[in-house]
Design a protein around this ligand. Sequence first.
Ligand code: NAD
Ligand code: UFG
Length: 340
Amino acid sequence: MNVLVTGGAGYIGSHTCVAAFAAGHEITVYDNFSNSSPEALERVARIAGKRPRLVEGDIGDRAAVHALLASEKFDAVIHFAGFKAVGESVSKPWEYYNNNVSGTLVLLDEMRRAGLRNMIFSSSATVYGNPDPKNLPLREDAPLSALNPYGQTKLWLEEIMRAMAAADPAWHILLLRYFNPVGAHESGLMGEDPAGIPNNLMPYITQVAVGRLPMLTIFGDDYPTPDGTCIRDYIHVCDLAEGHVAALDKVASLPGCTAVNLGSGNGISVAQLVASFEKAIGRPLPRKVGPRRPGDAAACWADPSRALELLGWKTRRDCDAMCRDAWRWQSMNPNGYRKA
Ligand code: NAD
Ligand code: UFG
């Protein structure tokens, strides 16, 4: 298929480019590099032996999106482009609503004007809000809510796309709800490269291990979980990338708008992830236990059975592989894509 990948230079997008090339697809990346580096696409080319076509631009730039969709015929769009930092969304709500919601509205409008109605959208487990433990593992029909402007953008965009697909049966939309993507390509050439101090657990751990940060703080060990630390459904980014390839294979045969969890179905605690990482690096991490982080759910993991049923996809890589690959990336690239 000829695939347009918005945000294709980002963490999940770059890994998806490699997986999509391996499956024989053609790729055009559309990215404004607001949270990524062109170097990520160089690494894609090194791994895949093929370079995605790059069009630099913003999804909110209607003229540019129009010209892009007029320039060639795409079979599907994988839409990663957007801002994703929960804390920043609380301090900059307008920027999040504008970039994620307004930008996606422009993209959707230009897609329908171009007669392109196969859409694979990056949603998030954040749409389940702070899940009621009785709803675990989370199925796609669990109650939805937003806890912050970032989550609100995902929830609104899901609702907008559901309504558009209900009004026009030509749409084929997959809302992929990612759980916690971690890890890196096994070559160590591509991985997560957050700007500033990481908010998320795995990049924080790898930056402590490489000496960029002094110590990991575990946010709370008094949760009602077996070891007292929070439980999440971590998913290796290469499994996630393969989930997008499976979605490409199926999107044209799934009419309407369908939400699909992309998770492993296994809950892993913060303490277990840290232990697995310490095993991968062969030494203990400097760490301490601190207070709970406001807003954190005690536990959140997926029921991934719909992904297997509809997409024929499930995760293949375990927690040890996630830690090993995350560490290979960080140790080979202590400063991420930036030069030392
Ligand atoms: P990322 O920031 O690494 O990638 C996003 C890419 O989109 C970047 O390359 C950025 O430059 C680009 N971009 C942002 N706004 C743009 C715009 N207006 N026009 C063009 N390009 C733009 O993030 P990621 O981790 O790869 O996440 C990809 C998607 O998956 C996002 O929509 C995110 O909300 C969603 N998601 C991520 C996670 C996660 O933990 N990483 C979890 C759930 C959902
Ligand atoms: N944690 C620590 N120390 C840290 C960072 C995180 O103990 O320095 C803990 C958190 O308290 C939480 C767990 O590690 O218990 C995971 O935290 P992350 O920030 O890595 O991930 P979250 O589950 O909080 O959130 C992530 C994304 C959200 C997304 C959500 C569901 O950041 O955008 O997964 O997909 F909505």
